[in-house]
Each structure stands twice: as C-alpha cells, then as structure tokens.
Write a new protein. Structure first.
Length: 489
C-alpha cells in the first residue's frame, strides 16, 4: 500500500545491512512483491475500473433495493462477558477543551510537514535522507506516525507535532527485508499497528508508540484488514480474501494471534465495528460462490443480511448505527464500485444514497455527510454537462490518471451535490483508493468540524494540496505536496 523511490538516497537512521544482502535490491524487490500481493487481490479491481470502459449504473444485474437515490444538484453553490469491549471511548485532548485542527502532509522532498488549515504555523517534522509515506495523526492529536524509507530498509516513526530543534528520529521498527507499508494507531494513542511484508504473506505487528518495548508480530495473512476495538484491547481482523484459507476473527492484542472466529469471510476487504460497539459488519460466504453483507447484533446474537453482487466495501457512521456500503453491479465481479447505499443496523432497511458508480466514500466526523468519489465521464448527462471542462494535466495523461468527481451527500436531508472535478495524485489513485475502506479508519480527509475536506490534486503539472469547503464547493490552495491528512480533533 506504500510506494517510495529509495535508489538515490543515502543511508541514515537505519541499521547497516548485512554484508551478504545486496544493497537496496532486496528492499525494492520486497516492496514490489508486497504491492503485487495487494494489487492482485480482489481489491485490484480498481485498476480495471480506471483503465476500462465502465458499465453505466443501469447495467446492474443484482439490484438490491428499489428506492430512489438522493438527487444530485448540479452545482456546488446550490448546495457477551468474555467478548472484547467494543464500546466507544474518547481520547483525552492535548489540553481540556483544546482543538488541534492540524494537517500533516508529505512535501516534494519526501518530508513530513504539519500546518494549520489557514496556512499558518508551518512545522517541518522531519529533515532526513528518508522518504516518508502516509502520515497518520494519533487520536489524541499529539503525534504523527509515518513510514520512512531509504536503501537500507523501511521503518515506523512517531513524531510529536510542534517546533523542536532537538527532535530525534529513531524508528520504532525497522527492517530491510520485511518492510512496513501501512500503519494504524490504536484508539488510546499508545500503540501503532502496522503491516509489513513477510516470507509467506503479510505480518500484522504492534509496537508501543513511546518506544518502550519491541514490536510484536500478532498474526500473518495475505491480505490483511482490520479495525481496532474502542478499548484498544482487540482487533476485528479479516485475513485473506475468501475461501478456506481466509479468516474473520476477533483477536486480543495480548494473545498469540489466534482469535475467536466470527464467520467464513465473503467478498469484502475491511470489516467494521459500529460506533457504540454493539454491531459487527462483514461479508459472509453463502452457497459457495455467493456473498452477503451481514450485520450482527452482539447483544442479541441476531443479524440482518443483504445479498450483494461483486465485492462490497463498507464503513460505519461515526454517530449512528448505520452502515454505508457500495458493491459491484455484476454477478461474479471482483469490484466494489457501484451505487452508494445506507443500511440500518436494527431493521436491515436499505436506501440508496447515490446510484452513481462510487469508487470511494468517507464519513464526516459528525456523521451527517458522506463525501464520495466517482469517475468523471463525458456521457453522464445533465449533471456532468454543467461541470467545468477541466482537461487532464500532462502528468495526469502520462500516468493514465482518471478525472474524479467529488460529491457530498447530506444523509439527514437526503440531499446531494457535485462539488468539483479534479485529477488525483498518482499515490492517491493507486494506493489509497483501492483500499479506501481501510485507510478511512486510520487517515482522515475531513476537518474535525465536518465543514471541509483536504485533498491532493495534480494542477499545473504539480502535486498540490487544497482545502475544499463542502458548503460552497470552493477550494483553497494550501501547499505543494501530497498525502494530506487532517488531525481527528
């Protein structure tokens, strides 16, 4: 899930490689293998979507419900006792009542920068011959974790926000062969879980954020997706895709990696735990080659189900027991691109939010809005006709990047609107989008007050970061760079 270019960087902050190890080559090969494992999984269907003509929404072969989708306005201006405790907990703020409201991103030199949304208080958190990837804020807003790499290997780093002339850069984990490529903070901000390549798949590791203990390998699989429990004591883990080798388990963080089996996994990626910890969501195999979306009530042991075509991607509302999801439109498809729907955990009722082919979606922190992305096409009718015709930039054309449409839906008012179209950066399109359901758990695009989004786009041949006001659709330049993520508070 991570990409870096280590070939021209000096060796610092990493252990010297063993003499018998080819300098740099094995690291590159390892990451290529990891990326290949991920892309060739079912989630690699996003590439098919990008580079092939897609079916129109009315070509769906397994309609789930018949409700009318939320109409889009065409312009932004119109606007059990032994079970783990999954109930939500609130991390204490830096100071009582203080709002952090910061954005971390990667600049053109591959370094981590933290900045206020208005462009003030710029702090360069790193200045080293390493290239960093996917900075993630701790839930308490105090620190940023990221992956840094050079020719000797790759490591996990945790850095405090703010000015510090004596800032140390010591990795919590580092390896030249089993390189990390994704990380996800525990809700209590005390641990960082991360994925690293392994000889027989991927390893899910845990490490203390303060560096007080060595990392531990929790389990191995390929691929791996998970959500932390709110008390940070367990994880809801989906290992493998589906079939006999796949697992869906609740694993305690202090265990040997063997958890309580929940179900036989169906066609999906990241599982989900509801905001109050009462419900689990996943897809389950049924009748051999079919899959159904399942919501389990852990208090009553009852469940509601919904059959789906293709693969399904899901995310719980942060404020209610409602599950947003997309699924493929063709039986046997391995894609999750399709209409965006909302499922009630109690009744199982499903309503269509959008009948567009949605490729990714993200809940606002207050649970009122869903930001969604679809591919902009020239034959989508009146809505697309009223958008500005922004041609792909030269880098966009060279990398075959799609032009995306940013849509925002108010789930309370049943209103949707098109905000803008843009060309995403290569990293966003190739690494975050295919796994958006997992990244939505660990990296935040929404502002803490649910009023704005931060996105990286290709404009004027450069990777640029913009703040998008979701009420007006106006975008404001913030900085050159990519991988911007907002603090959770």
């Amino acid at each position: 899930m991570s990409e870096f270019r280590p070939e021209n960087e000096p060796l610092v902050a990493m252990p010297e490689p063993k003499p018998e190890r080819p300098n740099g080559c094995r690291v590159v090969v390892t990451l290529i293998v990891v990326f290949a494992l991920i892309v060739t999984s079912a989630s690699g269907a996003i590439w098919y979507f990008f580079f092939r003509e897609q079916p129109q929404p009315d070509e769906a072969v397994v309609p789930i419900v018949e409700e009318t989708a939320v109409p889009l306005e065409s312009t932004a201006e119109s606007i059990a006792e032994t079970e783990p405790d999954l109930a939500p907990t609130i991390a204490s703020p830096v100071n009582e009542g203080e709002v952090v409201n910061r954005i971390a991103y990667i600049d053109d030199e591959g370094q981590i920068v933290a900045i206020s949304p208005d462009g003030s208080d710029v702090q360069q958190l790193t200045d080293a011959p390493l290239r960093f990837q996917f900075p993630a804020w701790s839930p308490d807003g105090r620190s940023v974790a990221a992956i840094g790499a050079n020719r000797a290997g790759a490591g996990i780093f945790v850095l405090p926000d703010g000015a510090d002339q004596n800032r140390s850069l010591e990795p919590l984990y580092v390896d030249g062969e089993q390189a990390p490529f994704y990380l996800y903070w525990s809700p209590d901000s005390r641990q960082v879980a991360f994925l690293a390549s392994a000889p027989n798949g991927m390893g899910l590791h845990l490490v203390q954020a303060d560096g007080s203990a060595d990392s531990q390998l929790l389990t191995i699989g390929g691929p791996l997706y998970w959500q932390w429990s709110a008390d940070s004591q367990s994880m809801f883990v989906h290992s493998g895709f589906s079939g006999e080798a796949a697992r869906l388990e609740l694993i305690a963080t202090d265990s040997d990696g063997n958890g309580d089996t929940v179900a036989a996994p169906g066609f999906f990626q990241a599982p989900g735990i509801s905001v109050d910890g009462r419900y689990l969501a996943y897809a389950e195999v049924m009748n051999g080659n079919n899959s159904q979306l399942v919501i389990v009530d852990r208090e009553s042991d009852t469940m509601v189900t919904q059959r789906h075509a293709g693969q399904v991607a899901m995310a719980w509302s942060p404020s209610a027991n409602q599950l947003a999801f997309t699924s493929g439109t063709e039986a046997g498809s391995s894609a999750f691109i399709g209409p965006l729907r909302l499922m009630d955990a109690v009744t199982g009722d499903v309503r269509v939010i959008s009948d567009e082919p949605i490729i990714a979606f993200f809940w606002s922190p207050d649970g009122r809005f869903l930001a969604a992305l679809s591919i902009a096409r020239s034959n989508e009718g009146d809505i697309n006709a009223q958008l500005e015709k922004e041609p792909l930039s030269k880098p966009g054309l060279q990398q075959n990047l799609p032009q995306l449409r940013l849509l925002v839906y108010d789930v309370n008012e049943d209103e949707g609107r098109v905000l803008l179209s843009f060309v995403p950066t290569f990293t966003f399109a190739s690494q975050l989008l295919p796994f958006f359901d997992q990244y939505a758990l660990s990296h935040r695009l929404w502002s803490p007050d649910s009023s704005a989004l931060v996105l990286a786009m290709i404009e004027d041949g450069r990777n640029q970061i913009f703040i998008i006001n979701t009420a007006t659709g106006q975008k404001r330049y913030l900085a050159d760079g990519q991988m911007p993520f907002w603090s959770p508070r």
